[in-house]
Write a protein that binds this ligand. Sequence first.
Ligand code: KIV
Length: 296
Amino acid sequence: MSLTPIGEPRQKITVASLREKKLQREPITCLTAYDYATARLVDEAAIDVILVGDSLAQTMLGYENTLTVTVDEMLHHTRAVRRGVKHAFLIADMPFGSFHVTTDEAVRNAARFVKEGGAEAVKMEGGEKRADLIRRVIDAEIPVAGHIGLTPQSVNVMGGYKVQGKSLQAIEQLMRDAVALDRAGVACLYLEGIPREVAAMITAEVTTPTIGIGAGPECDGQVLVIHDILNLTFGPPAKFVRRYGDAAALISDAVQAFRADVLSHQYPSDSESYHLPKETQQVLENVLERKQGIRR
Ligand code: KIV
């Protein structure tokens, strides 16, 4: 439910308003979107943050993981989403390889998401070891969202998509990661796939708003992948996914009904067809009649 009173214009969500929500303990809502139509619907439903996640590699492009998606592919989707968003804060994911080689290249790629994609912030996976790089991007006037815990771009290092931060040592590292990114000045911090207790500790420790996915209810906000909540992922959902709709059934039913109507000549009907103006029709009939008369 939106907290905006009915009839009052909606405020544009900014880095400052996300921080204010944390201070006021008002939950932050975030969903992914990858195209114009979905972005419009998500924005019009008063979701605070729209993330063009690199999860689009799987949800939109059918890749096996997020490692293959390129900056140009991400930009293509970011531009489409930009055109559908008015009020939400728009974050674009920096894909694997786009900020891992040199700092200059990372800043250049981040700037492309702002200049060419219309993003208001970029998201980068990784903790303490990315803090200096993130500081450089923020110095270039580009807000950055951090992302720690289960970071899908590290799938090969993690040996699969596993819940992180389960041992005392791993918890200490996660805390160091969170504090380093907080000090670097991230606009918000995504916490993915970590125990609820650890996410709660991080959320209490950092001044930046935390946005959790599979990180329990104590985070300052929650994000889910739109395809997950709509049953468009063709696989068993993760434990933290709650399905709010069944777009797969909706699309399948509609497509099957269309097919059946075409096969049984029930589509299109006369009212779904264009017609000639009356006068033209009359002239045409006269011409046809004359032609038939000549042939007889
Ligand atoms: O790519 C993505 O959709 C994400 C969210 C799950 C946080 O990174």
